[in-house]
Design a binder for this molecule. Structure first.
Ligand SMILES: *Cc1c(COP(=O)(O)O)cnc(C)c1O
Length: 474
């Protein structure tokens, strides 16, 4: 231990042989990888260490360090492309992390639908062909009060189908305050153009009145269209025409009024911070709108899909359009949606993870954060400062913009590593961990942690704070 550590090219002679690296527990215990893959990874780790020493000198890593590097490389290479992520951001509907997590009942329904035959399009009473829509329509009707419903692949598809089926080659009147872009390429004017409908803009960015819509109505008008500005708010000197007034105007002219709602809240949230920030689907339909379209995987907390709820005659026109077949949902989506909606129907919405996360009490969040602080302090073993701080979470998915949900955060500061590098190590490991960075601290929000996640955070943080032997980090 006291002999001088060789530096530079000489250090290459100190590198262990590949078979010595292979025998290290880190690699020998990795039974999931075939022996040939383990050998190749060990050889690659030794070769890359040799190159590094030749280029920049330094100390030769020992066999345990090389085995750890080889194991990490193997695990990275073997990780499935779509993999588990621990969401420590506190954003329940993080679009990049898959939006809603399904309720246990919905997961069970997906497994059942995937593993067995089902009556997907078979009427068991009649012994004849049935319809997949018939499986979900009664539930949508029950939880929204709609006359009829249709489910397609996502809300973007619902809006597109609606415009194509009801307004192709004709005019659709929209307020300039509602020509929204929701991100990732969905812009109301673009969707409108692609659908073959002609956009007629009325009003101004901040104020639109009933008379503005009325003046725009002509012989070519097919629809009055409302879009929920789901991801932003216009404040100050503003005016919009509400659902009831828009529906009344449309009906007085023999037209339909429809709304792209986006998030689709089914029950008023028991979240004081959210107040009445988001309209409830049933209220909009009761106000007279002919169709309301919303996502299944935003505030509903179900699978990705687009739900169309409204008057029977209007929904029927969408259902009979040839595009409906191209946009239909698969059986696993239907299974998950039906199970999720059944929870709402049965007064068990609190079992929907999205609902539970949004409604989590500040007291429960503080308790979870305090217990996470203890775990992470243990994991940090003095290499980082771990503190509980007050903060706020966002809902995400373009839902409840403006609403800051009070939460308790765990802040981790490790000046020796730096927040950006620590975050990168957590992202690149297995399971991946995604957290927020603020003021050179990593912030972990317990709101979105699922069962078992705290233990993973503890393990991953402990490993990420260790000095990096390979010196290969970007
Ligand atoms: C999210 C959103 C959409 C798109 O919904 P997807 O289900 O993601 O296709 C469309 N319009 C509004 C207003 C939205 O908020």
């Amino acid at each position: 231990m006291t002999r001088p550590v060789p530096q530079g090219p000489d250090a290459r002679r100190e590198l262990p042989a590949v078979h010595v690296v292979l025998a290290e527990p880190a690699l020998a215990s990795l039974a999931a990888a075939p022996a040939a893959a383990r050998r190749a990874a060990a050889a690659a780790a030794v070769a890359s260490a040799r190159r590094r020493l030749a280029e920049s000198g330094g100390r030769a890593p020992d066999s345990a360090e090389l085995a750890a590097a080889a194991r990490a490389a193997l695990e990275r290479a073997r990780r499935p492309p779509l993999c588990r992520v621990v969401n420590a951001t506190g954003v329940p509907l993080h679009t990049n992390l898959g939006r809603a997590v399904l309720a246990p009942a919905a997961i069970a329904a997906v497994v059942e639908a995937a593993s067995r035959y089902s009556n997907l399009e078979y009427d068991l009473d009649a012994g004849a062909r049935g319809s997949r829509t018939a499986l979900v329509e009664p539930l949508v009707r029950e939880v929204t009060g709609a006359e009829a419903a249709l489910v397609v692949n996502n809300n973007a598809a619902a809006v597109f189908l609606c415009l194509r089926a009801l307004a192709e080659g004709r005019e659709v009147v929209v307020s300039r305050g509602e020509l929204v872009e929701i991100g990732d390429g969905f812009r109301v004017p673009d969707v409108m153009r692609e659908s073959g409908a002609r956009l007629v803009e009325v009003g101004t960015t901040n104020r639109t009145h009933t008379a503005d819509y009325e003046r725009a109505i002509g012989p070519d008008t097919a629809l009055l269209f409302k879009a929920h500005p789901s991801n932003f708010r216009i404040r100050g000197f503003t005016a919009e025409v509400d659902a009831a007034a828009l529906a009344a105007l449309a009906h007085a002219h023999g037209l339909a009024a429809v709304m792209d709602l986006g998030s689709g809240l089914l029950r008023r949230l028991a979240v004081p911070a959210a107040g009445g920030a988001e309209p409830v689907v049933a209220d909009l339909l009761a106000a007279g709108l002919d169709l309301v379209m919303f996502s299944g995987d935003k505030l509903v907390g179900g699978p990705q899909c687009g739900i169309v709820a409204g008057r029977r005659a209007v929904v029927e026109r969408l259902r009979r359009h040839p595009l409906a077949r191209a946009l239909r949902v698969d059986k696993m989506t239907l299974a998950a949606l039906v199970a999720t909606l059944a929870l709402y129907r049965d007064g068990r919405a609190a079992e929907v993870p999205t609902v539970a996360m949004l409604a989590a009490s500040p007291k429960a969040l503080r308790r979870d954060a305090a217990s996470l602080v203890r775990r992470l302090r243990r994991a940090a073993a003095g290499r980082a400062e771990v503190r509980l701080v007050a903060g706020a979470s966002e809902a995400g998915g373009g839902s409840l913009p403006d609403v800051a949900l009070p939460t308790a955060l765990v802040a981790v500061r490790a000046p020796a590593v730096g927040a950006a590098r620590l975050a990168a190590r957590l992202r690149r490991g297995t399971p991946a961990v995604v957290a927020r960075i603020e003021d050179d601290a990593l912030l972990f929000d317990p709101r979105t942690l699922l069962r078992g996640d705290a233990r993973i955070l503890e393990e991953r943080l402990g490993a990420a704070l260790l000095p990096e032997p390979s010196g290969r980090e970007r």
